[in-house]
Design a protein. Structure first.
Length: 229
């Protein structure tokens, strides 16, 4: 019996390296972050948006070390005007509490509100840190790859979203073209996620290159695409 315990211990240790680096995975990282999924106190008694959440092993740096980025990404995504009603409820409770407690987040979000016009209609918008957001999507893509393949991705990672306006209109135009291309390939992708009102993803794996493509959908409105090749 001792030999069995020793073998299981070794197997457990070798399978728990961080999804992002070679450090030991001492905690579990939720994918996407746990804060995206409403707590019981913020929803109706009949609702449950934390069913079988995806987790991957993570080191301290790549888990709790990015909590500020998680809150920022959630604030940006839940503010998106095309999201479902749950997103608006989440923003009115979770995000408002965070803005009250976190003066740094409050400064980043509130101080960057402005009015813009899209197709002649006026909207309130947040001027965002695009690089910060894209880096967060890359991490989610790497975590999903680890979850699916049980190993780290070591190749190139690219992330895109059509739901953030870039100052360069040609970039916005290219993203819309890419959106049409992604939608044309949905038939070849598999859908995953048990809390789809909050988050689900579509996946496609290229067996030749071992690469992958993920379409992430948050609150049935905000999208991001991850290209691993």
């Amino acid at each position: 019996m001792r030999n069995v315990v020793i073998v299981l211990s070794i197997m457990s240790k070798t399978n728990k390296y961080c999804y992002m680096c070679n450090k030991e995975g001492i905690s579990k990282e939720h994918v996407p972050p746990r804060c995206f999924f409403p707590e019981k106190k913020d929803i109706r008694p009949s609702e449950d948006y934390r069913k079988n959440l995806i987790t991957v092993p993570s080191c301290e740096e790549h888990n709790s070390g990015k909590s500020d980025d998680d809150s920022y990404l959630l604030a940006v995504i839940t503010a998106h005007y095309q999201n479902n009603p749950l997103s608006k409820r989440h923003y009115s409770k979770k995000i408002k509490r965070a803005l009250t407690k976190d003066k740094g987040l409050q400064g980043v979000i509130v101080n960057n509100f402005k009015s813009i016009k899209i197709n002649g209609k006026e909207f309130f918008a947040i001027e965002t840190d695009h690089e910060r957001i894209i880096n967060q999507f890359k991490k989610i893509g790497l975590a999903l790859y680890y979850h699916e393949k049980k190993k780290k991705w070591t190749g190139t990672v690219r992330a895109f979203t059509p739901n953030i306006l870039w100052k360069n209109n040609s970039v916005n135009s290219q993203l819309q073209d890419l959106a049409e291309f992604v939608d044309s390939g949905i038939q070849y992708m598999t859908k995953e996620g048990e809390n789809e009102d909050v988050f689900y993803y579509l996946k496609y794996f290229d067996e030749k290159s071992n690469g992958a493509f993920f379409k992430l959908v948050f609150f049935k409105g905000f999208e991001a695409w991850i290209d691993l090749r």
